[in-house]
Design a protein around this ligand. Structure first.
Ligand code: 3HC
Ligand code: NAI
Length: 692
């Protein structure tokens, strides 16, 4: 099948990229475009060209499988196509709809003109894959839209809407129906003999690229994107686009692109890109299983999570009822939702109109019968099995036949909750993360009796709500929280042995977490962490450090009491000698001679238990694939994406070393800390997998 279609319509050659599913620029596409360009150039009956994409989308850019192979691209290269486009004496118009991303947009930027459909999205998202635009994007985007817009867009990778792209000069027109309008535009360019615009040669916007602009931007990035290669190189290339001639800037971009392509960060982020897409697929759901329609929803509990979950539905335009039995509690919850929307409006992330439309989707109710019409009901009441069982029994009595009955529990047994109903097949976990309207992860949990159609439905719902859905099996803590338990406990063991809170947090922040484990504890509340620990179903011989309990007893609850593992002035954390004294006291009681711990030991001791438990989770089939564990950790727990997630990081950094670390922990910490059979097998075979 042709991957590039060619047709001449009234003197205009229409070159259409047709490479399902996303019109990626594979070698065959590049060859097809090159051939079509040559054909149009040679045909005296062709006066102008339109470059477009089939099936409602332009192109998602380079073929990621080809880029990930790490091999030199087979010719023709994107740069050769661009040279042909720029050399064309006949006007070339790019017609953009759907997505024009990465190398796709770069191809369009080398055309003389660009016209977009109103709903099209233009972007250079390479940074999200640990890359920089490698086909002239840093040069042409900067020269068309100016350095300020280029810095924002290219370092975030966020795509622009058509109106914004028009405003910035990336588009010459926005019109529909696109196919006809592009032909009209091309003919007008010929009839009016419009000058052929070469983005690479434009200079008018470059005066904004002052040394101060770049210095300021680098300073801003330093905190936000610490440790990442691509964003810093993007800034260098945009500066080169302002200060060097086009050929020099392109050479610099090429070198930087190759450096990124060969980097571990790019491999990690590409792994995650494909892992997120794989995670949406559940192999044992019968083919052809249709998700149940979700036209309306309900949430039980308007607390921290219930309010946020209701916002997720409202943001997707799905009407949602929120139930609290007590009218005052309901009003408190809805008030918080209104405050959240107001904050989004004042931050500029939502317009007032969007916030109003979302709020109009949310309805507060105080009686169970009001939930009778909902297609899905998500319970988000206190984390207590008896309470949740009561709620599900009440829900069972009113919910319509065929409704999905979901729980947001973070640890409890889905099967036990399902047993409180007469329809255990309808019961499933939908575990959102706090703040629910912001965090991307939706860890769906299937009980042993959950109906496959219900599973398919909550996976599809996740994508519809803009979340990253991952399926987990039913066990204490599922994927994420089961692993997290080790991380939290180990942070305190490290303190007992000689580390300070600042050191532990610094090491993990340098690793790439936004906050270290103890700063996170202070944020969430040490009393909350202590209560969760007490309620977990952990083995009786599990050893804890008493540090957390002492902190709570000393009133050091965290940020909310102004004192926790740190002292707080506002949100600024300040090392506190009183905490060190409290920790030293614990070390003394336990007969531990404190010592200096190296940063690498701290990192490995915090992360090896995650990899170890992750290996067990994959082997038991709780996670369907190791990549699912990575997707959970990156999207729900702040694990740095550019490290690829704990399983990917473990393999890259060396499982043998992590096994040795765990062997040293087992004698003092207990059985569960020793290297699992699953981890040893992964080290021997080179891959995590199900039990043989
Ligand atoms: N290359 C190869 N396959 C791609 C691809 C690409 N660039 N983009 C998407 N796909 C595949 C996905 O893996 C998925 O495959 P699957 O069905 O087997 O799982 C399929 O296309 C559909 O993708 P999505 O499920 O993501 O579909 P959506 O409709 O949700 O999203 C999209 C579409 C917004 C285009 C999204 O796929 C996306 O963001 N793609 C990546 C875009 C990108 O990063 N482009 C830059 C590439 S690097 C580059 O161009 C370098 C250049 O500067 C030299
Ligand atoms: P919360 O205490 O903020 O809210 C619970 C709400 O449920 C309260 O408003 C309460 O009045 C209401 N409620 C209690 N019993 C009820 C009943 N029978 N009927 C109707 N409403 C009732 O709790 P939070 O933090 O929102 O947690 C809710 C659930 O989400 C728990 O299962 C928790 O484990 C889980 N979770 C919490 C996360 C968090 O970070 N807070 C993250 C992920 C999951």
């Amino acid at each position: 099948m042709a991957v590039v279609n060619y047709r001449v319509i009234s003197g205009v050659a229409r070159i259409e990229i047709d490479n399902p599913p996303v019109n990626a620029l594979s070698q065959a596409v590049r060859a097809g475009v090159a051939e079509a360009l040559a054909r149009a150039a040679a045909d005296p009956g062709v006066a102008a060209l339109v470059l477009s994409g089939a099936r409602g989308t332009f192109s998602a850019g380079a073929d990621l499988h080809e880029v990930a192979s790490g091999e030199a691209m087979a010719p023709p290269l994107a740069s050769e196509l661009q040279a042909a486009l720029e050399a064309s004496r006949k006007p070339v118009v790019a017609a953009l709809e759907g997505h024009a991303l990465g190398g796709g947009l770069e191809l369009a930027l080398a055309c003389h003109f660009r016209i977009g459909a109103p709903g099209c999205r233009l972007g250079l998202p390479e940074v999200k894959l640990g890359l920089i635009p490698g086909a002239g994007g840093t040069l042409r985007f900067t020269r068309l839209a100016g350095p300020e817009a280029a810095l924002e867009s290219l370092t975030s990778g966020v795509a622009l809407t058509a109106p914004r792209a028009l405003e910035l000069g990336l588009l010459d027109a926005v019109a529909e129906p696109l196919a006809e309008e592009a032909l009209t535009f091309a003919r007008a360019a010929v009839d009016e003999a419009r000058p052929l615009k070469l983005a690479a040669q434009l200079k008018s916007r470059l005066s904004a690229g002052t040394p101060e602009l770049f210095a300021r931007f680098r300073e801003r990035l330093a905190g936000r994107l610490r440790g990442q290669l691509a964003p810093a190189l993007i800034v260098d290339c945009i500066e080169a686009a302002c200060t060097q001639d086009a050929a020099e800037a392109l050479a610099r971009e090429r070198a930087a692109f190759l450096r990124c392509r060969d980097s571990e960060q790019h491999r990690a982020l590409t792994h995650l890109f494909f892992a997120e897409r794989a995670a949406r697929k559940v192999p044992d759901i019968p083919p052809g299983t249709e998700p149940l329609p979700v036209r309306s929803a309900a949430v039980i509990g308007a607390g921290t999570m219930g309010g946020g979950i209701a916002m997720c539905f409202a943001n997707a335009g799905i009407p949602v009822s929120v139930l609290e039995l007590n009218a005052e509690a309901l009003e408190r919850g809805l008030q918080q939702v209104r405050r959240n929307y107001a904050a989004s409006v004042s931050r500029g992330s939502l317009s007032q109109g969007q916030a109003d439309a979302a709020l109009a989707c949310i309805r507060g109710v105080t009686e169970y019968p009001s939930l009778a019409g909902a297609d899905i009901v998500i319970e988000a009441v206190f984390e207590s099995l008896p309470v949740k069982k009561d709620v599900f029994a009440a829900l069972d009595a009113v919910a319509r036949e065929g409704a999905i009955l979901a729980t947001n529990t973070s640890t409890l047994d889905i099967d036990a909750i399902a047993a409180a109903t007469r329809r255990p097949g309808a019961v499933v976990g939908t575990h959102f993360f706090s703040p629910a309207h912001i965090m991307k992860l939706m860890e769906n949990v299937r009980g042993p009796r959950t109906d496959p159609q219900v599973i398919a439905s909550v996976m599809a719902l996740g994508t519809r709500l803009g979340k990253v859905p991952v399926l987990a099996g039913n066990c204490d803590g599922f994927i994420g929280n089961r692993m997290l338990g080790f991380y939290g406990l180990e942070a305190e063991f490290l303190l007992e042995e000689g580390a300070t809170p600042e050191q532990v947090d610094r090491v993990m922040e340098e690793f790439g977490f936004a906050m270290g484990p103890l700063a996170v504890r202070d944020l969430a509340g040490n009393d909350v962490g202590f209560m969760i620990r007490k309620n977990r179903r952990l083995p009786a011989d599990e050893r804890f450090s008493p540090i957390l309990e002492r902190m709570v007893a000393a009133g050091r609850l965290g940020q909310k009491s102004g004192r926790g593992f740190y002292r707080y002035e506002g949100r600024t954390r300040i090392a506190d000698p009183e905490v060190v004294a409290l920790i030293e006291e614990v070390s003394r009681e336990r007969g531990i001679v404190r010592r200096r711990l190296g940063d690498e030991e701290i990192r490995d001791r915090l992360l090896a238990p995650l990899v170890n438990e992750g290996a067990r989770i994959v082997e038991e089939g709780i996670a369907l694939r190791p990549g699912d564990v990575d997707v959970v950790y990156v999207n729900g727990y702040g694990f740095p994406a550019w490290r690829g997630g704990p399983m990917h990081w473990g393999q890259v950094s060396g499982l043998a070393r992590l096994i040795a670390t765990l062997e040293r922990l087992a004698p003092t910490h207990g059985e569960r800390w020793g290297p699992s059979a699953a981890l040893r097998r992964a080290a021997a075979t080179g891959a995590f997998g199900r039990a043989p």
